[in-house]
Design a protein around this ligand. Sequence first.
Ligand code: SF4
Ligand code: SF4
Length: 168
Amino acid sequence: MQPVNFRSFKKKLSLHRKSFRQFLNKTEKDTPRGINQLSASIEKEVWKEVDCLTCANCCKKMTPTFTKQDLNRISSHFGQTPDEFKKQWLKKDSNKDLVNKNQPCQFLNLKDNKCSIYEIRPIDCATFPHLSKKGWKLYAHVHKQNIDYCPATFKMVEKMVAHFNEIK
Ligand code: SF4
Ligand code: SF4
């Protein structure tokens, strides 16, 4: 596994963002056969290469959505009611979803990039960045947002683009 190099990530992002977004748009509309199996195998390669503990950009620059179950579980861990927890840490976004007020996330330990509530973190955090969870067609629009922040997502799309260029 490699530490995340943000300088290189940002440089590559500025070079490839447009073409990667085009690839995501195209494959979302006209989904190639076998792409779900391919993304699952590429995801495994990505996680051999990316060390999230040298990154934590999702916890620093993005926010999870909190479900009712997340809210109940996490507030009770802190001995708070869901309303007390909401008032202290959360707000509603434009979709009326519950999200963090603060960035970086209040539960991120900035010294080691570890989540201080890892075992009970929101399900959105536990499944992020959703690289091959529910099929390419359903998640291509999510990858489109996440390539700007998440080096693992960027790497997966980079590998997918390389694969499709090779077999052209
Ligand atoms: S709850 Fe934990 S994993 Fe989720 S954003 Fe906050 S620090 Fe990151
Ligand atoms: S999931 Fe993406 S943004 Fe979050 S720590 Fe890992 S590489 Fe970084």
